[in-house]
Ligand binder design. Structure first.
Ligand SMILES: NC(=O)c1ccc[n+]([C@@H]2O[C@H](COP(=O)([O-])OP(=O)(O)OC[C@H]3O[C@@H](n4cnc5c(N)ncnc54)[C@H](OP(=O)(O)O)[C@@H]3O)[C@@H](O)[C@H]2O)c1
Length: 277
């Protein structure tokens, strides 16, 4: 089924997590193509800097800061877009956090924060966006997941769990949204050089810049593809890996990452013994 593709004349593009990294580069790319972009994140100053940088581009940036974990905040952002700036044509649900998880040193807060931002944060934006798009009978939605959602990987017990859930969420919603004239797409990047990945203490294969990521996403948003994934030389390898029997899968990931040889808790805080021990 061919579905709606948002062009600048259809209205506003709302991007969550537009203060840095992929979201910021995508906001500039789309503003460069003439879109009016509503940029959301918690850090107001970063959004204002983005707005200034976009001055002179054919499109523009509207600063609407807010916390995606706060459902009421996202209702306000949505209302502000629709009633002060123009119709919502597209939403890109990009805000996300990465907290590495090590099984020998588990912290509940890592799971709770990751689930709140990456999963509930998407739902908090998705609900008001779909309500407005449903009333108009058209709209475009893109959910930023990750190739980490394809399969379990070292340190990804919290992050990967949210990204796998987002893949399933987008697939599941597509069946009904197709019938409502609303197009949903899934964005699964490989490694992109952003503040989120700069702390990684391992070499990131096929690392690309946020600007290249933004180009791939902008092109994918205008295609009929459900999944936008890049760089394919890396992401397609992971697609193949997930098809392997588990024994082979774990052996290959351990070997290619050198994970089995790494000592537990290497370079991190020592595990605090449980008071009962
Ligand atoms: N970089 C990669 O290699 C990579 C690969 C695959 C997928 N991804 C995904 O791509 C998306 C963007 O990641 P990135 O690498 O560009 O990260 P980033 O540079 O750290 O940007 C994350 C953005 O999300 C915002 N954000 C975080 N918590 C928020 C909250 N509670 N409410 C509103 N906004 C919030 C941040 O702004 P504030 O802190 O000001 O709120 C920031 O603008 C994420 O969903 C990430 O999982 C990234």
């Amino acid at each position: 089924m061919r579905n709606f593709i948002a062009h600048p004349e259809h209205g506003i593009v709302w991007i969550s997590g537009a203060g840095s990294g992929i979201g910021r580069a995508l906001a500039l790319k789309l503003a460069g193509e003439g879109y009016r972009v509503a940029a959301t994140a918690r850090n107001h100053e970063k959004l204002v800097e983005l707005q200034v940088e976009a001055g002179g581009l054919p499109g523009s940036i509207i600063v609407l800061d807010g916390d995606v974990t706060d459902a009421e905040d996202m209702e306000h952002v949505m209302a502000s877009i629709e009633y002060e700036h123009g119709a919502l044509a597209m939403v890109i649900l990009n805000a996300g956090v990465y907290r590495p998880v090590h099984a020998e040193d588990l912290d509940r807060a890592d799971f709770e924060e990751t689930f709140a931002v990456n999963l509930s944060g998407v739902v908090n934006c998705l609900l008001p966006a779909i309500r407005h798009m449903k009333a108009k009978g058209q709209g475009q939605i893109a959910i930023v997941s990750s190739v980490t959602g394809y399969t379990g990987l070292p340190t990804s017990a919290a992050y990967g769990a949210t990204k796998a859930a987002l893949i399933n969420m987008a697939e599941s919603l597509k069946f009904d949204l197709d019938k409502m004239g609303i197009r949903i797409q899934l964005i699964n990047p490989g490694f992109v050089d952003t503040p989120a990945t700069r702390r990684n203490a391992f070499p990131m294969p096929a690392l690309i810049s946020p600007e290249v990521a933004a180009e791939r996403i902008a092109a994918g948003l205008k295609s009929q593809a459900f999944e936008i994934t890049f760089p394919r030389r890396f992401t397609y390898v992971l697609k193949l890996l997930r098809m392997l029997p588990y024994g082979l899968y774990f052996a290959l990931v351990n070997r290619s990452t050198g994970w089995r040889e790494r000592p537990l808790a290497a370079g991190r805080r020592p595990v605090t013994p449980h008071p009962a021990e």
